[in-house]
Design a protein around this ligand. Structure first.
Ligand code: BV8
Ligand code: ZN
Length: 255
């Protein structure tokens, strides 16, 4: 390990050792080592699909069959993968900071919960849930295959994925909880996100600026990102290695 990396790691461990409350902002990178493609990498999910066509309300209005094909493919992928050591390290951290640890995730794959994380705010929705376009009923359907154009059992109208698309607001209660967790934490771990999507990425300045002194922000990513110049400590490498290493240095056992 180079001196720089060792220095950053020790600084991160020191900040975490002092922290009473810890929050996490996670993105697609934390699921990458489980085999779920990220969004903006060359082979990312958006490949072959324009964002406007599959992740906006207009796209759904224009071609619901294409959107369901995109999300059914992601449900199938999510069904076939399991949590990786990065997810498990976050479970161990939550058990260490009992009641004072929360994850705000942009991911919709449910892997944090499958791994055992309890306080998870899904700010962009979930692949598991559908929402009726007429009566608004929200139902958790797990990840089992759905028809090409699923319909509401109650009112017969077409269902949509319970996912936050671009130009849609985040679910109020979930977003409020995520902001609270960021505002109250002493350390914010920003894991596996390019930090280009708002308002999710605004959890970083919220953590840094709500209280004085603000939280220490630690970025864990394969590469530098839009957030890198905002964070206090950068740990660059796979989250499946870095997060368990942080646990080990902190004396926290990973299940
Ligand atoms: C809204 C759907 C308005 C779910 C997604 C300022 C304020 C508010 C809005 C905006 C704003 N500026 C611009 C906007 C508009 C827009 C936006 O942010 N656009 C961006 C692109 C410029 N925001 C919105 O539209 C939001 N809505 O604001 O509504 C409004 C207001 C009032 C009233 C009405 C309306 C809604 C945003 C949510 C959009 N939905 N997805 C789904 O299908 O999954 S966003 C999509 O991007 C995913 O959810 C994804 O999670 C998210 C972020 O991507 P990442 O998770 O970061 O993934 P990415 O591939 O980009 O990066 C992966 C990272 O991991 C990389 O850095 C890589 O290096 C790293 N990595 C890879 N492997 C590893 C790793 N790291 C560690 N270890 C590894 N092994
Ligand atoms: Zn209905």
């Amino acid at each position: 390990m180079t001196d720089g990396v060792e220095q950053s790691l020790s600084a991160a461990v020191e900040a975490l050792n002092r922290a009473r409350r810890v929050a996490v902002l996670s993105g697609a990178g934390v699921s990458a080592e489980s085999g779920i493609p990220t969004f903006r990498a060359a082979d990312g999910l958006w490949e072959g699909h324009r964002i406007e066509d599959v992740a906006t309300p207009i796209g759904f209005q224009r071609d619901p069959r294409l959107v369901w094909k995109f999300y059914n493919a992601r449900r199938a992928n999510a069904r076939s993968v399991k949590p990786n050591p990065g997810h498990l390290a976050l479970v161990a951290m939550e058990r260490h900071w009992v009641g004072r640890f929360a994850i705000a995730t942009q991911n919709v794959d449910g892997l944090h919960q499958t791994a055992g994380s309890r306080t998870v705010y899904e700010v962009h929705g979930s692949l598991r849930r559908t929402r009726c376009t007429r009566c608004g009923e929200i139902r958790d359907r797990g990840l089992d295959p759905l028809p090409d154009l699923p319909q509401c059992e109650g009112c017969g109208a077409m269902l949509r994925p319970d996912i936050v698309w671009f130009h849609e607001s985040l679910p109020e209660d979930v977003w409020w909880n995520a902001q609270q967790a960021a505002a109250e934490c002493d350390v914010l771990l920003v894991v596996g996100t390019s930090a280009v999507v708002y308002p999710a990425a605004s959890l970083i300045p919220i953590a840094q600026q709500t209280r004085d002194p603000g939280a220490t922000v630690i970025e864990c990513n394969l590469t530098r990102t839009d957030a890198s110049q905002m964070v206090d400590i950068g740990l660059y490498g796979p989250s499946g290695i870095i997060l368990p290493t942080l646990c080990q240095r902190l004396g926290i056992e990973v299940p």
